[in-house]
Design a protein around this ligand. Structure first.
Ligand code: PLP
Length: 364
């Protein structure tokens, strides 16, 4: 079978080397004669795996010692509620920046749960010459006592990415579900980072939380114990049975990322992949991307065909060429190519060749 390149936004492709290793180990992990799914999360073998996962992640992201690393349930959306419930007790107030579908879903969830707490939101996307552009507000000029400011550095659906780190007087809470470990960041600038796993980490369901120690002193709302950060810290993310297979795969993905050269290396590959695809879009009047240069996502490249009547034919022929899951999110339509860490440069080259040929054929 010729190569298949999977551009799905999530659950997304995982590194081939990791999938092959997982396949080999499926029935006999670590010489135990059983799969990693079938052993106790409290066994010494599994505890060793979690220690290795955390150490590798700390090294990859240069996580300072005053941050906790938690492996929790509930994916990205689970954290929409956990953040509110953990930090907004005693009538707390929070600010949400909105630059697309996911940050706006986070606001909706926060408002639903807030009770006496107050949720403010600020739209930060403007149209510049018909293109979506992020305009970050000067947060120091806002006279309010927020417990945190929440934002989404990469909007998976809209293909809008914010590369500048926020300059904020309040702790920054970031939904990094679709950008985590895609390029280097300074973790010390954040109060909390979370990510659903199914893009750059591993299988869906798991969520990764990196939280600064002092954040845990904020008053919480009544909440479920499994989503309580303090309880998760006290129990090393094992208050209840964790998603062990997802945790194992995440550990393998971290080990793979280290082996290929870490975040700095993958950031360079990611930049080259995105440049290649955006150049193809910009060089063909047949395609169009609606995001200003500075905010074009490197992880989720959205584009439209000049003639939407050709969308179905484009997708059909792409699939026949081994290029799958290019359909844009149902809310925004068009196309989307997700170029997470596991997507090799060759996959984008094959996509670009296909797009050039498709445009040439239909421009005649
Ligand atoms: N936040 C972002 C940026 C996402 O891309 C997604 C899912 O794609 C989510 C949150 C929701 O994640 P989940 O489906 O794991 O709840």
């Amino acid at each position: 079978m010729s190569a298949i390149y999977n551009f799905c936004a999530g659950p997304a492709m995982l590194p081939q080397a990791v999938m092959k290793k997982a396949q080999q180990e499926l029935l006999d992990w670590n010489g135990l004669g059983v799969s990693v799914m079938e052993i106790s999360h409290r066994s010494k073998e599994f505890i060793a795996l979690t220690a290795r996962a955390e150490a590798d992640l700390r090294e990859l992201m240069q996580i300072p010692a005053n941050y906790h690393v938690l492996f929790m349930h509930g994916g990205g959306r689970g954290q929409f509620s956990a953040v509110v419930n953990n930090f907004l007790g005693d009538n707390g107030r929070a600010l949400y920046l909105v630059n697309g579908q996911w940050s706006s879903a986070a606001v909706a969830e926060a408002k639903k749960l807030a009770g006496e707490a107050q949720i403010d939101s600020l739209n930060i996307v403007e149209k510049h010459n018909g293109l979506n552009a992020v305009v970050l507000p000067d947060l120091h000029k806002i006279d309010a006592d927020y417990r945190y400011v929440h934002y989404c550095p990469n909007e998976t659906v809209d293909g809008i990415e914010i590369f500048d780190e926020l300059d904020s007087p309040w702790p920054v809470v970031a939904d990094m579900s679709s950008t985590i470990m895609s390029h280097e960041i300074d973790v010390s600038r954040y109060g909390l980072i979370y990510a659903g796993a199914q893009k750059n980490i591993g299988p869906s369901g798991l969520s990764l939380v990196i939280v600064r120690d002092d954040m845990l002193k904020l008053p919480s709302l009544p909440q479920s114990s499994v989503m309580d950060y303090r309880i998760a810290v006290e129990h090393d993310s094992m208050f209840n049975t964790p998603p062990t297979f997802a945790w194992y795969l995440a550990a393998e993905v971290f080990a793979w990322l280290k082996s290929v050269g870490g975040v700095a290396h993958i950031a360079d590959v990611n930049r080259r992949k995105a440049e290649l695809l955006y150049a193809c879009i910009d060089n063909n009047a047949f395609y169009r991307n609606g995001v200003e240069l500075a905010n074009r996502s490197r992880m989720n490249v959205t584009f439209q065909l000049a003639d939407p009547a050709l969308d179905a034919e484009f997708l059909k022929q792409a699939e026949a060429a081994g290029l799958v899951a290019l359909k844009g999110h149902r809310i925004v339509g068009g196309m989307r190519a997700s170029l997470y860490n596991a997507m090799p440069l060759e996959g984008v080259q094959v996509l670009v060749n296909f797009m050039n040929e498709f445009a040439a054929k239909h421009n005649q």
